[in-house]
Ligand binder design. Structure first.
Ligand code: SF4
Length: 80
C-alpha cells in the first residue's frame, strides 16, 4: 500500500512517527516530509496505525495490497 502525505495539513504532532518511526520521516522541526510513502506488506498494520493516529488527517491511506486488511483496518473501499 502507499500513504499519500498532505504535508500542508501537518501540524507537527509527531504521532505518526511515535507509532512507526521507520515509516514516517519528520524534518528537524517535527513536520512530516512531503511525498508518498510506499509501505511493504509486512509493515501495513504499523503504517495504518500511524496514519490513523494523525489528528490533522494529513496521511491518506491508499490501496492496501490485501482487500481483507483494507476492510478490517480501514472500513473503506480502495479507490483502485
Ligand atoms: S501525526 Fe500528522 S500532524 Fe503530526 S507529524 Fe504526523 S502527519 Fe504531521
Amino acid at each position: 500500500m502507499r500513504i499519500i502525505v498532505h504535508s500542508a495539513k501537518c501540524q507537527g504532532h509527531a504521532r505518526c512517527w511515535a507509532q512507526a518511526p521507520k515509516i514516517f520521516k519528520l524534518n528537524d522541526e517535527g513536520y512530516i516530509l512531503p511525498g508518498e510513502i510506499s509501505v511493504e506488506e509486512r509493515d501495513e498494520l504499523l503504517a495504518s496505525r500511524g496514519a490513523r493516529s494523525c489528528p490533522e488527517r494529513a496521511l491518506e491511506i491508499d490501496c492496501p495490497s490485501d482487500a481483507l486488511l483494507d476492510r478490517l483496518l480501514f472500513n473503506q473501499h480502495c479507490r483502485g
